[in-house]
Design a protein around this ligand. Sequence first.
Ligand code: ZN
Length: 118
Amino acid sequence: MIQQFIRRLISPFLSRFSKKWRLVIVEGDSLPDKIPQRVLVLARDGHEDWCVGMRCPCGCQKLIELMLIPEASPRWTLMTDSKGRPTLKPSVWLKAGCRSHFWLRNGQVEWCRDSDQA
Ligand SMILES: [Zn+2]
């Protein structure tokens, strides 16, 4: 009984730290209108990875779109580990709004020290 109570108390905290981002691939060169929380959407046109989209992890709901194609500037590199968890390079820095600055590494958001969220 008490154990159950404690588990219910701490589970929101545990899940907050253990929730990983996962990668979802869509066909085409554009992102869907709706992107769920903690999902990195990769738009792949044929064999070309076009861009990735995600919701800002701070919770402000802002849609972040990052270009992957070599012609783009700035551009990002997307990698996945053996479990398919996404890693983005370089870091993502929102210069306006919530000013979030973070890395996505192995499906985990790591806040930077200069971010308002850190
Ligand atoms: Zn934000």
